[in-house]
Design a protein around this ligand. Structure first.
Ligand code: ZN
Length: 152
């Protein structure tokens, strides 16, 4: 494997062993649950939206190394993004791991998310890598968690 490949693998291992933004988020105003039957990956994704901007993202759950690392990197990637930017990033990521479709030209750069490029060669792992992103998509659409009452 190439040196770049090793580096990518290390990043995925690091995020799967020590996931960032892992845990509950009581102040979340959006949440969605994702389940990947194929592998058994399960996660809850929490967002704190301020208007159209994702202020905080956290997740909980259990799954394989790829799904955990993907969720961890997702929470870092979407923080501070608008809903539209997060959706565009989802499409770019989906394009990366499936090799299908086209990402919007104005989608934010993948940055560290590019570590999942190798996944497109392993169809069984595509669902693991994209689970958190599908869950993000439904969380952004979710109307089930009410906006917290503002005292301001
Ligand atoms: Zn998995």
């Amino acid at each position: 494997m190439s040196q770049l490949g090793d580096l990518y693998q290390e990043l995925i291992l690091d995020h799967s062993k020590r996931p960032r933004n892992f845990g509950p988020m009581p102040e979340a105003n959006r949440a969605a649950e994702g389940f990947n039957r194929l592998c058994g990956d399960r996660l809850m994704l929490y967002l704190k939206m301020e208007g159209e901007v994702v202020r905080e993202a956290r997740f909980q759950g259990s799954g394989c190394a790829i799904s955990t690392a993907s969720a961890s990197l997702l929470t870092e990637a979407v923080k501070g993004k608008t809903r539209a930017e997060a959706e565009a990033l989802f499409q770019r990521f989906h394009q990366l791991v499936t090799g299908k479709g086209e990402a919007p030209a104005d989608a934010p750069p993948l940055g560290k998310l590019a570590v999942f490029s190798g996944v497109s060669e392993y169809p069984a792992r595509v669902k693991c890598a994209s689970l958190a992103w599908h869950t993000l998509h439904s969380a952004l659409e979710a109307k089930t968690v009410a906006e917290p009452v503002s005292t301001e």
